[in-house]
Structures are given as C-alpha cells and as structure tokens.
Design a protein around this ligand. Structure first.
Ligand code: PEP
Ligand code: MG
Length: 599
C-alpha cells in the first residue's frame, strides 16, 4: 500500500502571494501543488509517495522494465530520424547514457530501499540532485545537461503514470499544476477525489480536459505566467477560478473563509432534489435535459441529477489508461454498466471519437500538424473498421432490450455516413439483432450546412457545438489565446443553429445539442427560443438548466429571438442576450451559482 505525504519544508511559513489567471472551469479548491509535465521535478519539495519494505523488490523490477522501455523508444526514434538530415539525433545517445549511468541507477535504488519512497518519487528526487549539480556547473555544456536529465526523468515517470490503469492517489488533496498542454489524461490518471483544482499554462473552456474537469467539479485556471518561478512542488495553493486568482501559501484565515462558503453548494443541492422529474416550460412544452457522460461511474451522477436520459456517451474514454485496444469483453462490460445504470431511460452511444486531443497511448497515430482537422473519429472508423467492429458488436449485443441509439462523430459527407451505417447494418444482420436507431453528430460545417441531405439517412441529429464553433471560426478550442473568436453567441453561428433545428423539425427528426454551450445558463433562453427541445449537458448542470427552463415561456422566448437576424456583432448579441435574460429570468439567474455573465 502506498502512503502519500508532503515533504516538510524546513524553512517555516512562506510569504503569501496572488497570481492571476483565466477561468476555464469555475469553482475553488485548496491543496498541495503537484507538478505534472516537463521539468516538473526541478525545484521545491515534491509531494512524495511512500512504499512498504515488501514493495521495494517490485519497484526495482519496474525500474529496470521502464529503463528498458525507454531504451527501446529512443532507439526507435533514432531509426525514424536517421534519414532526416535536418535533425541531429545524437542527443538520443546522451539520454541513453543517463539511463545506464550507474550513479543514477544506484541512487534511485538506494532511495527506494532506504527511504522507502516510491519509484516515481525516487526518480524525481535523484533527478533533482543531478539537475541541481548540472545547473551549478561553470560551462554551458554541463548546464545544458540539466535539460537532458529532465527529459529522461519525465520519460520514465510517464510510463509509470500510464502503465497500471490505476488512478494515482494521494493522502491529501492536491492542486495539479500542468506544465504542458492540459489533456484528458491529466484528469483520468489521478484519483479525482484528491484533485481539488488544476492550474495549466494553456487550455480552452471546451477542451476535452476542461469538459472532464467540469463534469467532476474540479476548477481549472489557465494562463498563469511563469508558473515554475511562482509555484514549487508541495506549496500550499488555493485556487479561486470564479475570480481568476491563485493564492500561493494562503493564510489560514483565507482558507477557512473559503471553506465556510457553502451557499452555492446548498442551492445546487436544493435544485438537485427538486429536479428528479421532467421539466416543462411555463406554457407547458416538455423539454428534455439529458446527460453527457464518459465513464460508467458517471451514470450514477446523471441519474442523481435527474437526467431524462443519456444524450452522449464519449466512448473513447474506454481507451484511456490502457496499454492496448480493449477486447470485446471490456466493451461489453462498459456498455452493460452504462445501459443498466441508466434505469431504462434512453441512451445515445457515440462511436469512439479517437484523435484530436484524445489519442490513446497505445494507438499508432501518425504525427499530425493539425490533429483536430486530421485523422479522427469516423475517418479512422472507415479506414480501420476492425477496431470499430469490436465496439459495434459489443453495443449491439448489450443493447438488446435496451432503449438506445448509435451516433457517429465528425461526419463530413453523406457518403461517409452511408458507408458507416451500412457497416453497422452488416454487423447487426450477422448477429441477428435489430438495427438500432442511428444518427449523426453534426459538428463539421459542411455537414450541418447540408443537413437537409442527411435527413432521409438518419433517425436523429445532435449538434456538437464544441467542434462546430472551432471549425466555423477557425479558432482552436484548446487554445485560450484565440478564445475571443470562439463564441457561441456569434450571430452567424446562431443562424446556422436555428436553420439546423428547423430542418430537423420539418423532417420530423429529433435533434439535441450536446456541446458545452447547452449546459451554460447564459444560453438556455436563447436555445429554447431557437426551438431546441432536447439539451444534453454535464450531469451537474442538469438541475440548473431544468430550473431555468421551468421559468421560461416557450412562446415568449421564441418571439424574442427574431432579433438575431438583425444583430451584427458578437458584442451586440451578448449585450442583447444579457438584457433578454435579465428581463425573462433575471430572478432565477441571480440565485444560481456560477451563472456568470448571465445577468
Ligand atoms: C462537440 O464537439 O460539441 C462534442 C459534443 O463532441 P466532443 O466535445 O467530444 O468533441
Ligand atoms: Mg466533437
């Protein structure tokens, strides 16, 4: 059993300081800084994990295994680079030299056996010593070697974090400080109950990592400058993402003050107990609010929050923290848990959206300059049908007797969809099961602009606004620098959404919106006014969206919306929307926690 604790800082209390950042996921949290990513271990007192004496032998074997693995990876990289005259691959020999350095190996083994620190902690502490030594050297050549140790250390640790499929846990709450691109693995690789908040160098509000963090109620702040100068491993941190502030070494008084702020939580709990039932607008129109989920354990959360069904299962998360492609049994267990847990309510299962920022570590993905515009989702499906055959067979087998449907992500052309559907049909007839209802996630501009063409080939439609906005605005959803262009209230975008809702309605097809936009209180009146009858949002937002809907008159919202044809700019649209919200639901929004910008 591992036991974690923070190494003591002998220097006594440190001076408090405040840093500014940008809110990506709202909320607050307090914990010890745990650095993730390159150069993570170079200064400070890392949060350490201890092991028992009996575990030492196993950790030494793991150490040898991961050194071997690193050798193989560096050699493969060298072979790949050898034909490329523009790249100097000699640095790889230096990395391999460090891996075999008897001093490095000996000190790591000694730290494990004598101090009873885990392999990761030992690698980090020993690397720290090496790095300090190199940084203090007189010559530039030796100073540069510090960076090589960082590389090797992070490489070794990266195998450890992903190898077991078990989430890494801590004895006390931590704030993850992510020193590279924030990815979904940063949420899934750690015990979520111990992660109080995340600080990242960059990351947009609809990045998949942010969506996961939001689902699990973990606040995220990005864009803090010079993080490694400001925050050291093990520092006490308080993150207030509502205000965009990070407090380093906060005074106890301040931490206590935050801990007493339970107002938002109380309102949320009150709404949750109220909305375990369907919601109708004031003029009696039924609006469904479904849940977006990723993992089987999320179903319970969806049910507890009063979901009218599951509107989106991001099935690619079945592949996270795995060493290889899951066999059919793993797929079956995943869908069984989700369909049985859903208490007979409808469930829309999306085929795996592999690619973009969701690349399983074992997947042989080509290097891409633009992964979000590259080989992703249905594009991989159509080329590697055998992978999706396993998934589809499992869904069809488990689905018997359940109310479910299948949805395909990232469809661009009708031809792609026809080919994918034919493949699903082929598997269904081979298994002798009924063809389920099948639909398309409209998130590529070409597809949504030609939605009418798809109508006779789909049973339902959903709109993935997260991707759709990034493709329409050419603004990367992961890049907080271009967030100003990534805007759900952009007039041209709203008109596209309105047309899509109308097309589906005119053709008698059900349509939902499952992008993050649908879960934000700012947009509820707007979407109802545009004619949306099915929202799909993270579980925690379901009671909030239902509460707002119950205070809206459908007819009034619809009548107010005609103005979107004359409004020209995003700023004007935002201003108009805030006034509209204020007029129609101002009182409700005022009492809802974090309905920021909504009134
Ligand atoms: C979307 O793009 O809006 C969507 C729901 O899919 P994802 O966020 O998983 O890309
Ligand atoms: Mg998408």
């Amino acid at each position: 059993m591992k036991k974690d604790k923070a190494e003591n800082n002998a220097a006594g209390p440190k001076a408090p300081k405040e840093l500014r950042g940008e809110s990506v996921v709202l909320g607050w949290g307090v914990g010890k800084a745990y650095m993730v990513g390159r150069a993570a271990q170079t200064q400070g007192s890392p949060v350490v994990a201890s092991i028992s004496r009996e575990e030492v032998g196993g950790e030494i074997i793991r150490f040898n295994d991961i050194r071997e693995k690193a050798h193989r990876d560096y050699q493969k990289l060298k072979q790949d680079l050898d034909g490329d005259s523009a790249v100097d691959s000699s640095i790889l020999a230096t990395y391999e030299y460090i891996l075999d350095d008897p001093a490095f190996i000996g000190q790591v083994v000694e730290t494990m056996s004598v101090k009873l620190f885990s392999l990761e902690t030992s690698i980090r502490l020993v690397s720290n010593e090496f790095i300090k030594g190199f940084e203090a050297a007189d010559t530039a050549y030796f100073k540069e070697r510090a960076g090589d140790v960082v590389e090797v250390c992070e490489k070794l640790v990266s195998y450890l974090n992903n190898e077991s499929g078990r989430a890494k846990t801590f004895a006390e709450p931590v704030v993850l400080v992510v020193l590279r691109t924030f990815t979904p693995t940063d949420i899934l690789a750690y015990d979520r109950s111990k992660v109080s908040a995340v600080i990242t160098t960059s990351g947009g509000k609809t990045s998949h990592a942010a969506i996961l963090a939001r689902s699990y109620n973990i606040p995220v702040i990005s864009g803090v400058r010079n993080i490694t100068d400001q925050i050291k491993p093990g520092d006490e941190i308080l993150v207030d993402s509502d205000k965009g502030v990070v407090f380093v070494h906060p005074e106890k008084r301040l931490v206590d003050e935050y801990a007493r702020q339970t107002h938002g939580e109380a309102i949320y709990r009150e709404l949750r107990s109220k909305w375990d039932r369907p919601v109708y607008t004031k003029d009696g129109i039924r609006i469904e609010v479904l849940a977006n989920i990723s993992l089987p354990e999320d179903v319970e959360d969806a049910v507890a929050n009063g979901a009218d069904g599951i509107g989106l299962v991001r099935t690619e998360y079945l592949l996270s923290n795995r060493k290889d492609m899951p066999p059919e049994e793993a797929h079956i267990a995943y869908y069984e848990a989700i369909l049985k847990g859903g208490r007979g309510k409808h469930c829309t299962i999306r085929l795996m959206d592999i690619g973009g920022d969701k690349i399983p570590q074992f997947f042989d993905m080509p290097q891409e300059f633009n992964p979000f515009m590259g080989w992703r989702a249905i594009r991989i499906f159509l080329e590697r049908k055998e992978i999706f055959e396993t998934q589809i067979s499992a869904i069809l087998k488990v689905g018997r007797g359940h109310d479910y449907s299948i949805m395909a992500p990232m469809v661009t052309t009708l031809q792609e969809w026809i080919e994918a559907k034919a493949f699903i049909r082929e598997i269904a007839s081979r298994l002798g099961v009924e063809m389920p209802k099948c639909g398309v996630l409209f998130e590529v501009p070409l597809a949504i602009l030609e939605m009418g063409m798809f109508m006779r080939e789909i049973d339902f439609a959903s709109i993935g606004t997260n991707d759709l906005i990034q493709y329409l605005s050419a603004a990367d959803r992961n890049n907080s620098k271009v967030n100003y262009l990534y805007n759900p209230v952009e007039p041209a975008f709203l008109r596209i959404i309105r047309n899509a809702i109308k097309t589906a309605k005119d053709n008698g097809k059900q349509l939902s919106i499952c992008g993050e936009m649908a879960g934000h209180p700012l947009h509820t009146v707007l979407l109802v006014g545009l004619g949306l009858r099915r929202f799909s949002v993270i579980p925690r937002n379901i009671p909030i969206i239902k509460e707002i809907i119950s205070n809206i008159s459908f007819a009034e919202a619809e009548a107010s919306i005609s103005l979107i044809d004359v409004i020209e700019s995003t700023d004007e649209m935002l201003e108009w929307l805030k006034n509209l919200n204020n007029r129609l639901i101002g009182d409700v929004l005022k009492k809802i926690p974090n309905a920021e910008g909504a009134v």
